[in-house]
Design a binder for this molecule. Structure first.
Ligand code: AHR
Length: 659
């Protein structure tokens, strides 16, 4: 027995030895010189941001914590999301359209027969996620026209077991809001809400709503805590909203109009979400925009996150992949006026019309809007001529607001070249470039901006993501190799931070049961959310932004793809730290020796954060969220040299203090 143990120990030591050899690989160290005291450019505080769009149930059914779908019966099919299970003997429900009401004209009329409970059931957004011990707040607008009635609630899980109950409240008289609540005795991933009416006579109802008590900052009608926390943990420099193609609409009536998303929630006019019908194989017939999360809430979210607000507005053009509808040039004024009014809404004195609305909604202080996008993925002459009219007026009235013009939907090609050339006659502050490409493209294009004109427009890399292989599992397209390729590409963004001053991965959020587009940065279901490998890449950049880019050179050149290696470096001039980002996308371990020019010495410990997986196609799922996640270690440092060995298929961030 003793002998067997020592054989095992010997074999173990041998294996350890071999694995150690495999890691160092005996390679000659790559000698990189970093000139710490010669910054090439400052890094904009807004460098790494987030792109939010209501796609994949990102807002309704996602970030916006409302749990009842179609609570005001305003979907074109007014009973979508609702069921009245076989209780006709107890009552009859009709949907009344009071067209004179204008916005959100429908309500439900219920005639109770006095023969027992009438039950109305709401399915939520692919079920209602209920957390044990959480309290849920229900509200309903109701009016009793004749007779008398009361309302109570039951929350049931997928098996029909009751896991929460609210005692009856009596309804009487004219329209009033009634509040009920319950605390859940169990967790349910796909619960349903039973709203139970008892009594007799005629009752009208509207605006049924259910929220968890704990939302982000516990705001009423607020946002889902876990999702906002994930956004906050990215430390984003800006928040782009509300998209994306949703800005454009499939046609102009379907475009995003910020004015219909502010003020009292009942005055926000519901419209179809363009992603409802965009992809025939991914139809989502119940996808609408209630605008419970509207422009005020976006500005508030940006403020909560410490991110600069960056709204993108429709420029008089619907999606050119869909209808290509445009408003005629002489009729563009209302669109430009929307932009002027938005700036007033965000920044104006409370004595102004739109500044007053902001104050009435609870935010007298300005939101400090300094960035505005004119159009999303627009292209060609019809875009530039509309942009020009926006620019003329906006630059005159609000020169402090930087304007973003779009380079179209593609990373290169005729539309892209046309836009860059045509904008030379105008003065946009940023050109918004988009690239949805395979990982290979990102690896090969890490030096994309090395030769951009230093005197030209600044670049907003407004939407990008590595699109690779996938399988039936929704999260599978967020593979490690896609994330690693983005990390490699981002070394080039960081190195060229004088040109590229804002960047955002897209899209941001996706519900595993209701998505239209992938990959996405964060996946969620009704209760849980996970960070993808791509999320961790964004987070490592966002939390290691630094203040200045410094040269990191191998043989006098930036390391940008040679032998599948990528490197960039920044310093934080306030905390006196050097931060090095390294990607080894190759197949063997590489060692690095960094000579640090312009410092006296390194201090204390270096923090090493490594993101890696042996399997290029590995990904995180809601059930297994930790396949790819950062691991942090520390090592003592001194002198003016650093060495570090980087495993193959890795992204590493080194952070160290210097004096
Ligand atoms: O991010 C998804 C979509 O991709 C955006 O809505 C659009 O701008 C781009 O085509």
């Amino acid at each position: 027995m003793k002998q067997l143990k020592s054989v095992k120990l010997f074999v173990g030591l041998l294996l350890l030895c071999f694995s150690g050899m495999a890691q160092t690989g005996g390679s000659v160290p790559r000698k990189v010189t970093i000139t710490v005291n010669k910054p090439t450019t400052t890094i904009s505080p807004a460098m790494w941001g987030i792109f939010f769009e209501d796609i994949n149930f990102g807002a309704d059914g996602g970030l916006y914590a409302e749990l009842i779908k179609n609570g005001s019966f305003e979907f074109p099919m007014p009973m979508m999301g609702w069921r009245d299970p076989d209780t006709e003997a107890q009552g009859v429900m009709l949907i009344v359209n009071q067209a004179a009401h204008g916005i959100n004209p429908r309500y439900a009329q219920l005639k109770l027969k006095g023969t027992g409970d009438y039950v109305l059931l709401n399915d939520g957004f692919r079920g209602i996620g209920i957390q044990k011990d959480e309290t849920y707040l229900f509200s309903i607008m109701a009016k009793q026209l004749s007779g008398q009635s009361n309302i109570r609630l039951e929350m049931v899980n997928a098996k029909g077991t009751v896991i929460g109950k609210a005692e009856p409240v009596s309804v009487s008289g004219d329209w009033k809001k009634y509040n009920l609540s319950f605390t859940a005795s169990d967790t349910a991933q796909k619960g349903k809400l039973r709203i139970i009416f008892n009594g007799q006579g005629e009752l009208h109802m509207d605006r049924l709503s259910l929220f968890p008590q704990h939302t982000w900052k516990n705001r009423p009608n607020g946002l889902r805590n876990d999702l906002v926390q994930k956004l906050a943990d990215l430390k984003p420099g800006f928040l782009r909203f509300p998209g994306g193609c949703i800005v454009e609409g499939r046609d102009l009536t379907n475009r995003y109009q910020w004015k219909t998303t502010v003020g009292a929630s009942e005055d926000r006019k519901l419209i179809m979400n363009r992603w409802n019908v965009e992809f025939p194989h991914k139809n989502a017939p119940d996808y609408y925009q209630s605008f419970g999360l509207g422009f005020y809430e976006y500005f508030q979210l940006a403020e909560d996150l410490g991110a600069a607000p960056l709204p993108i507005l429709n420029c008089g053009m619907a999606c050119q992949f869909n209808s290509s509808e445009v408003v005629s040039l002489p009729e563009l004024d209302p669109y430009i006026q929307d932009a002027l009014d938005l700036i007033e809404f965000a920044n104006g004195e409370v004595s102004t019309k739109w500044g007053k609305l902001r104050a009435d909604m609870g935010h007298p202080a300005p939101f400090n809007l300094r960035l505005l996008g004119v159009g999303n993925e627009q292209w060609d002459e019809q875009y530039v001529e509309r942009y020009a009219l926006f620019e003329k007026i906006l630059k005159m009235r609000y020169p402090e607001v930087k304007l973003i013009a779009a380079a179209g939907p593609f990373a290169e090609g005729a539309y892209f070249d046309y836009a860059w050339k045509a904008f030379q006659s105008y003065k946009p502050d940023f050109i918004d470039e988009h690239y949805y490409k395979g990982p290979d493209w990102f690896f090969k294009n890490a030096a994309r901006y090395d030769n951009y004109d230093r005197k030209g427009f600044k670049v907003f890399a407004g939407e990008y993501a590595g699109h690779g292989k996938d399988n039936a599992q929704p999260e599978s397209k967020n593979s490690w190799v896609s994330a690693m390729s983005e990390a490699a590409f981002m070394t080039g963004l960081e190195r060229n931070a004088d040109v590229v001053q804002m960047c955002s991965y897209a899209p941001l959020l996706a519900h595993v049961d209701a998505w239209q587009w992938r990959p996405d940065l964060i996946w969620f279901d009704n209760l849980r959310s996970i960070a993808t490998p791509n999320y961790y890449v964004q987070q490592l950049y966002g939390t290691n932004k630094g203040t200045h880019s410094v040269p990191a050179l191998l043989d006098g050149k930036a390391l940008s793809g040679k032998d599948s290696l990528y490197a960039s470096a920044v310093i934080d001039s306030v905390t006196k730290e050097l931060i090095i980002k390294l990607v080894n996308a190759g197949e063997k371990t590489e060692s690095f020796e960094f000579s640090l020019a312009g410092i006296k010495a390194l201090k204390g410990e270096m923090t090493i954060t490594t993101l890696r997986n042996e399997e290029l196609l590995s990904y995180n799922t809601l059930d297994k969220p930790q396949a790819v996640q950062p691991v942090t270690t520390t090592v003592a440092v001194k002198g003016k040299k650093l060495t570090h060995t980087v495993s193959h298929r890795s992204f590493v961030v080194l952070r160290v203090k210097f004096q």
